[in-house]
Design a protein around this ligand. Structure first.
Ligand code: 1HN
Length: 351
């Protein structure tokens, strides 16, 4: 049987007649729907703290934390402007809280992480327990937990917020509620959760207090940094990642929050990493030291020279190579747990 040879105009005429019926021919879009490999619309991007901090300071002069609810400068992927997204699935922003300020209590289904970038002594409260922030501390706000922040010390405090906002938006599953009081009542002393779950032990009776999320909501830098330090003394660095650890939910060994996996890694002085790529786009916060990230896509290679407090994003399936003359420590987070739950996560390490 012969295939039909219709004119292009006959096809166009069909498409025109179909369109009012909300019909589209698959064969015109099939290749874009199932590309041979990921083609992220995201681009690599770097936010230096030197450029960003003056804007954050000006924001502090122009709006209070109370009026803003959260005084945050969103890190928007340059290719996703207007979407409040640093990758297709993740949100990131830098939040400032000044001495004497309160960011009022609320809760939402979106999960949040905080990674402290500058300043010490502000607190975040999660479901009745406060945690004092120090640079490098990793703190979580599980889905639907009440949370507020406050600064009762005399210096500004800045942290990176990472949320699963675009994911929850994708599922149209977002709810939010404001608290009755500005600051929630404190019902447990600081350190109560860490005492119960932070020492490779757990209460004999009782369920996970935050469901799928970790019962620990502060992972102090002192502890995480010490872990890397001991690792460094006991094993050679991985050729791609240096020494890299993932934060865990101590009750499960899995990720601290169902949608986001955070990591902390150290690259030794003189590190020349091998290239690798993964389907989970990654957001990086530079904690200590300095280095260079080379990120390669079909469009070419970009080079980011980074130092402490800078932030950068590596899109899905773009090749990343890390290099550091002085040595450095990097915090990062990705949507890997979601991709793993769906069975679609993929990683490739080149030698
Ligand atoms: C939020 O609740 C916080 O609690 C930060 O500090 C950033 C961005 C969008 C929606 C909620 C916070 C947020 C947010």
């Amino acid at each position: 049987m012969n295939a039909p040879h219709p004119s292009a105009t006959a096809r166009q005429s069909l498409y025109r007649d179909m369109s009012p019926l909300n019909l589209t021919p698959l064969w015109e879009v099939l290749h874009a729907l199932v590309p041979p490999q990921p083609q992220s619309p995201c681009v690599p991007a770097l936010w230096t703290y030197e450029e960003l901090r003056p804007c954050l300071k000006r924001a502090g002069e122009l709006i209070t934390a109370e009026e803003a609810v959260r005084r945050v400068l969103i890190l928007e992927n340059p290719a996703l402007r207007g979407q409040s997204a640093i990758t297709q699935s993740l949100y990131a922003g830098l939040q400032l809280i000044l001495p004497g300020e309160v960011a009022p209590s609320h809760r939402h289904t979106q999960s949040a992480l905080r990674f402290i970038v500058e300043g010490s002594g502000a607190y975040t409260a999660v479901d009745g327990e406060r945690t004092t922030m120090h640079p490098g501390d990793f703190i979580i706000t599980p889905s639907w937990t009440w949370h507020d922040h406050g600064n009762e010390v005399d210096e500004p405090v800045v942290w990176l917020d990472g949320l699963d906002i675009p994911m929850v938006r994708f599922f149209d599953a977002g709810f939010a509620e404001n608290g009755a009081a500005r600051s929630q009542a404190v019902s447990r002393p600081e350190g109560a959760s860490f005492a119960r779950y932070g020492h490779n032990m757990a209460p004999v009776r009782g369920d996970a207090p935050f469901g799928a999320a970790s019962p620990i909501f502060s992972y102090p830098y002192e502890r995480s940094r010490e872990a890397l330090h001991q690792l460094e003394r006991s094993a050679p660095p991985d050729a791609w990642d240096g020494w890299k650890l993932r934060y865990i939910n101590p009750l499960t060994g899995g990720t601290p929050m169902p949608t986001i996996q955070p990591f902390l890694q150290r690259l030794p002085a003189g590190f020349e990493g091998q290239p690798s790529r993964q389907t989970d786009s990654a957001v990086y916060s530079v904690v200590e030291g300095a280095g260079t990230a080379y990120i390669t896509s079909p469009q070419g290679t970009v080079r980011f020279d980074f130092q402490a407090r800078d932030h950068f994003v590596v899109p899905s399936w773009q090749m990343l190579r890390l290099q550091s003359d002085a040595g450095c420590v990097l915090f990062s987070f990705t949507d890997r747990p979601v991709q793993q739950a769906l069975g679609i996560h993929k990683e490739e390490r080149l030698a």
